[in-house]
Design a protein around this ligand. Structure first.
Ligand SMILES: *[C@@H]1O[C@H](CO)[C@@H](O)[C@H](O)[C@H]1NC(C)=O
Ligand SMILES: *[C@@H]1O[C@H](CO)[C@@H](O)[C@H](O)[C@H]1NC(C)=O
Ligand SMILES: *[C@@H]1O[C@H](CO)[C@@H](O)[C@H](O)[C@H]1NC(C)=O
Ligand SMILES: *[C@@H]1O[C@H](CO)[C@@H](O)[C@H](O)[C@H]1NC(C)=O
Ligand SMILES: *[C@@H]1O[C@H](CO)[C@@H](O)[C@H](O)[C@H]1NC(C)=O
Ligand SMILES: *[C@@H]1O[C@H](CO)[C@@H](O)[C@H](O)[C@H]1NC(C)=O
Ligand SMILES: *[C@@H]1O[C@H](CO)[C@@H](O)[C@H](O)[C@H]1NC(C)=O
Ligand SMILES: *[C@@H]1O[C@H](CO)[C@@H](O)[C@H](O)[C@H]1NC(C)=O
Ligand SMILES: *[C@@H]1O[C@H](CO)[C@@H](O)[C@H](O)[C@H]1NC(C)=O
Ligand SMILES: *[C@@H]1O[C@H](CO)[C@@H](O)[C@H](O)[C@H]1NC(C)=O
Length: 883
């Protein structure tokens, strides 16, 4: 399961797994939730049945559980009336809780994986006298330079974030009078020496670094007051859970932070997790909340992260910086201006190195993926040149190391000139394809060429060819229920920033994690100028969206604009957001899907200047995202194909004149499209005056989300049809089979979600149930639909019926599950117990898997996709079954 937590992007040599071998399937349950932990929200109304007048709802609910003999444990408690009143509860029987008066909602506690620190080869203590002044290209791209020139630095604005405060460029200490004024450690282990704070100081540098340092970089709002809320543990596989994120968010609010920023999350696709809901409520009530959109761009559409998915949160996309601070290697013996390699600091390799190419043919795609031939010389005296591709960098470097080589230049194969992960091979780095091909040609020609790595003077600002575009790693929205995510983009690709002192103090990093503090800093500049009022905070997202700069899908004139599902409303322009005299609201229009189509929408333009403005309005479409490839059931991988089959937009007026203070207009929108690829159409309505350009951004889906297939019932993933039951021998169960539930003799359900589902259930049913399932109906004889009715609220289900189907008992339920992808799937291992911990009586059953379609009604069997397992005999040890 790949729940990305810290959005740092790192290129790995890609290799494609066509199908997952059955032997790779681990015997465990894989869902991103904490077992038996729930976040309960209390209803704070006074008229709760059974509640004493002198009792809080919390006390009432806990008392009634105790009186009913429910065993539970209370963890974090939340008491923010109007925002969130509740508690994290650990227990076995969630059903009993749901039926308690005073419980408003019970949600699972989702887990997010700990940040995985990623960095280039940074060297402690190196100070390169020839390091050029940083151009602050990210500030120029976004108008921050102009605000700094006006003396605007976010003074007095309070920002709560997850940070490391030990860096000298960050004040060097914590407490009143320092840059980091306060904070709280939610996990409470040793703060130093751990990887988790690596990215932390990058985030704070982007936001708050003081200028006049080695690279002369400054934070976007370096006079703001920062508070650190540390919410990850130090272990490499540590995770953070919703209950802790919620506690951090609410503490930030109670300490009156103006802005809260989180560079974390997990691929989600839904807006419903507790942390998403609470983050959204904070944003809707006057705290600016910026959260990373996620780094899952290669997984395609419908995959932005929570809690950034919270409806009113500003979810942040990343834009690649236009320059990258890199090093040059020097070529001796032949005229050459220098070979740029992807490192911030020079590789610490002395001397001049003759070169050796592992292949003379630069078109060989799997160069050095196999052990090098016996004819290979001792490579310890050579700099080895190898092509990127097919296998991992580590594999190539291991094969080279087996011949003694450890100084290696890997030339790109068209995947992109980026930071790469060479693991322990710290003398290896990436160069551009053309430089590699040139080196190989010199090698073939026997040219008297050597390479050195100057320890000073080799640093330069490399102009990045993908600079100025949306970073390909940015996760694509919209959410599964069509919410507009991400909201806006900020620079996040190839960002030079502060780094923990023991690790070199500075580094270049990429990720939506880097874009997020940039936007938080932008919000601080906005609040610093316009005032720290609720009204300004509530207007922030619309201001950033309507004044953003639209971004192309590539640098050619003919290319469509990048889909709104990846760029949001465009790249933030902080100067314009602060100084625009034209206010447009709302900033985003969601037309929803065909079944829930909202084609007529309006927006308001207000001229807040003191002169008459003449406006022209026109439609500027963005590329239509073909989120599915025809004939497939999984969304298309990123980069998502774009079509120029745009929506058509009809404006009620294409020009208007507004006197100061006057406002106007409305807009009906129409569109046309072929629905087979679930195209998400999007674009901008540009509103231009003589001096200003603003826009409203729209998106919608041609097709109905209810028709999207949720459960994969193909053999594409494993070579056999899924869902499937896997037995103790690791075989697919085809006929009736008994299980002892000892050791591994336990049934494992294997399934893959082609799309997110609002509800995934596994119930135990009678073996002779007569039910027409949607996914395997041909394999079940004489099925007739069962028609019973039941009404329920979460947690769902009366004991014996669910959505009109008779059940023996519930085994597992999880709501708002994100979709899977090519190599991700779910397994669920059963004990011989129902979800409530009661033993299942011995006997024969089937497992009924059901997934609700998006926008489906969870009381209606017809809105579920369903699958019935072969007969499962439950005969634990000591009963009369045979194994
Ligand atoms: C650092 O940048 C500022 C502008 O942000 C400039 O005024 C100053 O001269 C720069 N300092 C150095 C050492 O380049
Ligand atoms: C580095 O190499 C590039 C490309 O060969 C060249 O344009 C640039 O001037 C070099 N910069 C330095 C500082 O050597
Ligand atoms: C890198 O190369 C230098 C110089 O040859 C050598 O001393 C050092 O051990 C190498 N480091 C690694 C990790 O191979
Ligand atoms: C890298 O080196 C460390 C420390 O020497 C070692 O623990 C780790 O297993 C190595 N990693 C790989 C992938 O070889
Ligand atoms: C590659 O070129 C070098 C230098 O010309 C030559 O010595 C070597 O034999 C060539 N290798 C192959 C496999 O042709
Ligand atoms: C789209 O319509 C569905 C069904 O009515 C609704 O659940 C969903 O919230 C809507 N999305 C937005 C962004 O309004
Ligand atoms: C706006 O349009 C009116 C009428 O077309 C024209 O008289 C006026 O000069 C225009 N205003 C500006 C600022 O260009
Ligand atoms: C169940 O029986 C098997 C042998 O049939 C034994 O290895 C195992 O320990 C037993 N488990 C329990 C929980 O009794
Ligand atoms: C647990 O669930 C099963 C199946 O629905 C039910 O028969 C049993 O009574 C429940 N146990 C308790 C303690 O509620
Ligand atoms: C499962 O065990 C029951 C009870 O012992 C037995 O009647 C039945 O034949 C067994 N089924 C299979 C498929 O082994």
């Amino acid at each position: 399961m790949q729940a990305l937590a810290l959005f740092v992007q790192l290129a790995l040599a890609g290799y494609v797994l066509a199908t997952v071998p059955l032997t790779n399937i681990e015997r465990k349950t894989t869902f991103p939730i904490v077992p038996n932990k729930f976040i309960v929200e209390f209803n704070t109304a006074t008229d709760i049945p059974g509640k004493r007048s002198d009792e809080t709802t919390r006390a009432h609910v806990l008392r009634s559980w105790t009186e009913r003999g429910v065993g539970f444990h209370v963890g974090h408690e939340y008491n923010a009336p109007g925002l969130f009143v509740g508690a994290a509860i650990t227990l076995n029987d969630v059903k009993q809780l749901g039926q308690t008066a005073g419980v408003l909602a019970i949600r699972p506690s989702y887990t997010y994986q700990a940040p995985k620190p990623v960095f280039s080869h940074v060297i402690t203590g190196t100070s390169d006298p020839a390091v050029p002044p940083e151009t602050q290209s990210t500030h120029i791209l976004t108008g921050v330079d102009k605000l700094h020139a006006q003396g605007i630095f976010g003074t007095g604005v309070k920002i709560g974030m997850w940070i490391d405060y030990t860096h000298p460029a960050l004040g060097g200490a914590i407490g009143p009078g320092h840059k980091i004024v306060g904070g709280y450690d939610f996990v409470g282990d040793d703060y130093t020496g751990h990887g988790t704070h690596v990215a932390v100081s990058v985030h704070i540098g982007i936001l708050g670094a003081d200028p006049d340092n080695l690279f002369n970089i400054s934070g976007v709002a370096y006079e703001a007051s920062l508070s650190a809320y540390r919410i990850f543990g130090c272990s490499d596989d540590g995770t953070v859970t919703d209950d802790i994120i919620v506690a951090a968010l609410l503490l930030g609010r109670s300490e009156e932070q103006d802005i809260l920023t989180l560079s974390l999350g997990g691929a989600d696709g839904w807006t419903e997790s507790t942390s998403s809901v609470v983050a959204s409520r904070l944003a809707a009530t006057g705290t600016v909340v910026t959260i990373a959109a996620g780094n899952d761009g290669d997984t395609g559409s419908w995959f932005t992260s929570g809690p950034g998915n919270g409806v009113d949160v500003i979810s942040v996309a990343s834009l690649d910086n236009t320059v990258v601070q890199l090093q040059n290697a020097t070529v001796h013996g032949v005229a050459n201006p220098g070979i740029p390699y992807y490192q911030l600091w020079p590789l610490p390799i002395p001397g001049e190195w003759p070169i050796y190419a592992t292949s003379n043919d630069t078109t060989i795609v799997d160069d050095a993926c196999d052990p090098l031939p016996d004819s290979t010389p001792d490579l310890s005296v050579f700099l080895t040149v190898v092509r990127r591709g097919t296998c991992t960098f580590a594999q190539k470097l291991t094969n080279i190391a087996d011949k003694g080589g450890n100084v290696v230049l890997i030339y790109d194969n068209g995947n992109g000139f980026t930071l790469i992960d060479t693991g322990n091979f710290t003398n290896a780095t990436l160069i551009q394809a053309a430089d590699g091909i040139w080196l190989v040609s010199q090698f073939i020609a026997g040219a008297p060429i050597t390479i050195s790595f100057p320890q000073s003077g080799g640093s330069f600002a490399f102009p990045d060819s993908s600079g100025g575009l949306i970073s390909s790693f940015t996760s694509y929205g919209p959410t599964n229920d069509l919410y507009f995510k991400p909201a806006v983009a900020a620079p996040g690709g190839n960002i030079l920033s502060t780094f923990p002192v023991p690790l070199g103090s500075y580094a270049v990093m990429s990720g939506t994690s880097m874009a997020t503090p940039f936007l938080a800093g932008s919000a601080a500049l906005l609040l610093g100028v316009k005032g720290k009022t609720t009204a300004v905070a509530l207007a922030a997202r619309s201001l950033f969206e309507t004044t953003a700069q639209t971004i192309g899908s590539d640098h050619t004139d003919a290319a469509p604009l990048q889909t709104v599902t990846q760029q949001g409303a465009g790249l933030v322009d902080v100067f314009t957001a602060i100084h625009t005299e034209t206010l447009v609201t709302p900033g985003q229009l969601v037309l929803n899907d065909t079944a829930n189509y909202k084609g007529f929408q309006s927006f308001t333009i207000v001229n807040t200047g003191n002169t008459v403005k003449n406006y022209t309005l026109n439609h500027s479409p963005a590329g239509t995202a073909l989120t599915y490839q025809p004939g497939t059931i999984l969304p298309a991988d990123g980069p998502v194909p774009l079509s120029t089959n745009y929506a058509t937009v009809k404006l009620s007026a294409t020009s208007l004149t507004l006197h100061p203070g006057q406002s106007s207009t409305s807009l009906p929108t129409l569109h046309r499209h072929d629905p087979s690829t679930y195209p998400v159409f999007s674009g901008f309505i540009k509103i231009q005056s003589e001096t200003e350009t603003t826009h409203v951004t729209y998106l919608g889906l041609k097709g109905s989300l209810k028709d999207v297939q949720v459960v994969d019932n193909t053999n594409a993933a494993f070579g056999f049809d899924i869902p499937a039951l896997i037995d103790a021998d690791g075989d697919v169960q085809t006929g009736p089979q008994n299980y002892t539930f000892s050791g591994s003799d336990v049934p494992l359900v294997l399934n893959r979600l082609a799309f997110g589902t609002p509800m995934l259930r596994y119930d135990l049913v009678q073996p002779d149930i007569s039910l027409v399932t949607t996914l395997n109906q041909r394999s079940l004889k004489d099925g007739t639909p069962v028609l019973e009715r039941s009404v329920f609220s979460f947690p769902h289900g009366k004991p014996n019926t669910f959505a009109q189907v008779s059940i023996v008992g519930s085994l597992f339920e999880i709501d708002y599950v994100p979709r899977d992808y090519e190599t991700r799937y779910h397994t669920l291992q059963f004990s011989a117990q129902f979800a409530n911990g009661t033993d299942i009586p011995t006997g024969n059953y089937r497992i009924l898997l059901r997934a609700l379609t998006v926008t489906g009604d969870n009381t209606q069997e017809k809105d579920f996709e369903s699958w019935l397992s072969p007969i499962v005999g439950v005969f634990p040890n000591g009963t009369s079954g045979s194994a």
